[in-house]
Structures are given as C-alpha cells and as structure tokens.
Design a protein. Structure first.
Lengths: 114, 113
C-alpha cells in the first residue's frame, strides 16, 4: 500500500459526460501528479500541483482540469468525454516539489467511456 | 528532448531463469534514473533509483540495475525470476532541476513455471 488513495476505482460513463476523479496523497506529501495510462500512449504526464498551486503541465487536454485543495487532496475533472479518454488515470504524490526523486502511486481509476 | 526507450515490449522467461530488461535514455546530462513495476490492477511501485555514485544499484525484490553512461543505458537485472515477478516494468528518467519524470513504454514480463 503506497498510502495514495484514488476514488473511484472504476468509472463507466457515456460520451459527452463529465466526471471527477479524486486523489488523497500520502500524509505529509505536498506534491500531487496526475498521469494517464492508455494502451496506445503509454504513461502520459498530465499535471502537477504543489501545496495547492499548479506547478507543471504536461499533455493535458483543455477539456481536462484539476485542482488541489487546502487539505492537499486533488481532483481531476474530465468533461465532454470522448471514447478516446478511456484509460487508467493515476495519481502520484511526493513530499518534494519534483517527482524526479521518488513518487508514490495510487492504484488508479479505470475510466471507460461508452 | 529527453526520452526513454524500452526496446522489448514483451519478454517471457521460465521461473528460476535470469532476467535482463533493457532501457536506453536520451538526455544531455547525467539523469536521475528509475525502474518502476506495475502488477496487474495495481499502481506503480518504485524498484530502484540511480542519482549518482556507484553505477550498480540494488533495489527491492532482488532486482539490480547498472548505469552505463557510455551506452546511455540503465538495464534491470535479476539473477533468478519468481512467478510473482510477472508484471509490467517501466524505466523512467527524471530531468534535473525540473519536476518532470519521463516514462518508457514498458516491458511486460511473463513467467512460466
């Protein structure tokens, strides 16, 4: 158990809908990262927050947004969903600003868009 | 641009056999290097990491990796594979002075009894 909690574990929704994925980082970790894992794209970095502020952006679509709350949990919002958004979404946390030291991953949320 | 290449998409070995998973990186300076493992239905778990110093790094579960600057490689090895090692393995490079961690496409390991 990495100490990072993601909910829900599975989500099935229709195209055009909006969903929210939730991540609770390890106790004391200030950085939260979101990754998307799909068969054709592999692991893609989406976005990072550090202590409530957006710190880095990767290949995140405009239809996607995220935030980190004062209690350090984070939410990833996906809207106007398309079939191609079906993927495993991982949250990771780190005690540091960067994950290039060590990061701890949650078990992921599997999103299926039908 | 930085990149990580794992040339083997899928590897099959017999239990008890030795294992080597290949990883090559492209980066202008000495990178931070990592190997992560993802078991079915699980998140990624860090196996080992290299930042500097001894180029042979020991990790958890009996894994080790060797950093070879001349070959831009960071191959993962295990002398004797166990059935529980069946998983997907990701090599990653951390870019110094940034927050970026770039993953390879992964190698799926299958272990036969």
């Amino acid at each position: 158990d990495s100490g990072v909690t993601q909910t829900p574990k599975h989500l099935i929704t229709a195209t055009g809908q909006r969903v929210t994925l939730r991540c609770s980082p390890r106790s004391g970790d200030l950085s939260v990262y979101w990754y998307q894992q799909s068969l054709d794209q592999g692991l893609q970095f989406l976005i990072q927050y550090y202590n409530g502020e957006e710190r880095a952006k990767g290949n995140i679509l405009e239809r996607f947004s995220a935030q980190q709350f004062p209690d350090l949990h984070s939410e990833l919002n996906l809207s106007s969903l398309e079939l191609g958004d079906s993927a495993l979404y991982f949250c990771a946390s780190s005690p540091y600003r960067g994950m290039n030291t060590e990061a701890f991953f949650g078990q992921g949320t599997r999103l299926t868009v039908v | 641009a930085q990149s990580v290449t794992q040339p083997d998409i899928h590897i099959t070995v017999s239990e008890g056999a030795s294992l080597e998973l290949r990883c090559n990186y492209s980066y202008g300076a000495t990178p931070y290097l990592f190997w992560y493992v993802q078991s079915p239905g699980q998140g990624l778990q860090l196996l080992l990491k290299y930042f500097s110093g001894d180029t042979l790094v020991q990790g958890i579960k009996g894994f080790e990796a060797e950093f070879k600057r001349s070959q831009s490689s960071f191959n993962l090895r295990k002398p004797s594979v166990h059935w529980s090692d069946a998983a997907e393995y990701f090599c990653a490079v951390g870019v110094y002075n940034t927050d970026k961690l770039i993953f390879g496409t992964g190698t799926r390991l299958q272990v036969f009894p």
